[in-house]
Design a protein around this ligand. Structure first.
Ligand code: DLL
Length: 432
């Protein structure tokens, strides 16, 4: 099923033409209407007429998080405030908050993107979508909400938290689709089991759309097995609008709508990588009005696949996000993403779904990584020897797969922290 078959199956050659045209219009637009970009272009010695097409994209400067913070609140806008119909803002826990403004048309573009995405992962009019992403300044709740309604599905805007009530409403109102972070889905399934409810047998849930944080293929399997549902990945960032893109039913990458966004992958020096190579996702918004972004450095590490998908959609796909460049851990000289650690942990059948990674610096100056992981209920044992054996097994797996040395502490089920929104599983005491 397609939401907008004409757009979703546009021949790749035509998509390029659309991108060329929109990119040229964008650079002129921001040069004249965004003081921020005019200054940036002038500093980089760029005249909008120099950009003749996609081949010149790499001449354009990147836009980075500090640009948004330094120009808080309206300095990045290319439209007067009278045209803005909504704001979203980041919480600002890691610095000054960032604010994103939307024109009426920006909201329409966002809704169009999510309608295509939800349809691609099989959401239909008959579905009831329980949206358990936060509503409010966070983009998750409202991003799903408007598209769900536009599709003609029934929306259940529970927002985040209050797990008991989420389960009650899921049963009573017969939700078929659940949208939340993957870590919350794991918690919700566990909570349901603890009060004697099986998501698989006692609810109508058939699928979930999970994102807003890194998660691994193994976690997908666990969610699918535990809850008896189909699990899909959804990606987006507040700066680009919010949740925007999902996998299609082929589950082989997340489609990026190329008539609205140009995706590139660059290396650490900012140079485009070769086809199929891993690097940072950089996105240019070619359909946004209020706060268009040129070469936005998302910080997210992935691979871009440009081949047409078996689903018939011609738009490129990004593979599962490995993590953020700034979340990569360097432990005794070995680079590792928390999602890679998760992948190894979740392959161990005795390991539960919840873990924490703690980094310290020992007196001798060396890094010490401690991984706390819950044992699952079935494998739970009082015998110290069993626990030690499991720790050793996990630590050996981490060494052989990722070449990282870690102290593994196996802890009792239910002892580690649970999260209602984005999980925070890394505590890095080395930065203190
Ligand atoms: O998390 C928007 C969103 C809401 C996406 C609901 C999906 C669902 P921010 O709070 O700005 O926006 O965080 C964006 O979250 O740069 C990634 O690092 C991470 N992220 C988002 N989706 C995924 C995903 C929303 N599917 C940041 N896999 C991004 C891995 C993800 N990381």
């Amino acid at each position: 099923m397609y939401w907008n078959p004409g757009a979703e199956k546009t021949p790749i050659k035509d998509l390029r033409e659309i991108q060329e045209r929109k990119l040229k219009a964008l650079v002129h637009n921001v040069y004249y209407y965004s003081p921020f970009y005019r200054k940036k272009f002038r500093e980089a010695g760029i005249n909008p007429w120099d950009i003749e097409g996609l081949k010149d994209l790499k001449k354009l400067p990147f836009t980075k998080k500090p640009d948004l913070r330094d120009n808080y609140p309206f300095g990045m806008f290319a439209m007067p405030l009278s045209q803005i119909v909504r704001f979203h803002a980041s919480s600002g826990t890691t610095g000054k908050p960032t604010v994103v403004g939307y024109t009426d048309n920006d909201i329409k573009v966002w809704v169009e993107s999510m309608c295509r995405s939800l349809t691609a992962c099989s959401v239909e009019r008959d579905d009831t979508i329980q949206i358990s992403y936060g509503y409010g300044l966070f983009t998750g709740g409202l991003g799903f909400h408007y598209a769900g309604e536009k599709l003609g599905a029934t929306v259940l805007p529970t927002s985040a938290g209050n797990t008991q009530r989420q389960i009650e409403l899921m049963r009573d109102l017969k939700s078929t689709v659940f949208a939340c972070t993957p870590s919350y889905m794991l918690y919700l399934s566990e909570y349901a089991a603890s009060i004697g409810i099986s998501i698989e047998n006692d609810t109508d849930l058939r699928m979930g759309i999970f994102g807003a944080e890194p998660w691994s293929e193994e976690t997908r399997k666990r969610i699918e097995d535990k809850a008896g549902i189909d699990a899909y990945d959804v990606y987006g960032t507040s700066e680009l609008s919010g949740p925007l893109f999902t996998e299609c039913t082929e589950k082989n990458g997340i489609h990026i709508w190329a008539d609205q966004f140009i995706a590139e992958i660059v290396d650490e020096e900012g140079e485009p990588v070769g086809e199929g190579e891993k690097g940072e996702l950089v996105v240019t918004t070619i359909a946004k009005e209020a706060m268009p972004l040129i070469r936005w450095k998302t910080g997210d590490i992935t691979v871009l696949e440009e081949e047409k998908c078996a689903c018939g959609r011609t738009h490129p796909r990004i593979m599962r996000i490995m993590g953020r460049a700034d979340d990569m851990l360097i432990v005794r000289g070995v680079n590792v993403f928390p999602s890679q650690i998760e992948h190894v942990l979740m392959q161990v059948p005795e390991a539960g779904d919840h873990y924490m990674i703690i980094l310290d610096r020992a007196q001798d100056g060396l890094d010490v990584m401690t991984i706390q992981v819950e044992v699952n209920e079935e494998a739970f044992s009082d015998k110290v020897s069993d626990i030690l054996e499991l720790s050793k097994k996990i630590s050996n797996n981490l060494k052989s797969v990722l070449n990282v040395s870690a102290r593994v502490e196996v802890v009792n089920p239910g002892t580690l922290q649970r999260f209602e929104g984005k999980a925070k599983r890394v505590i890095d005491n080395r930065k203190l």
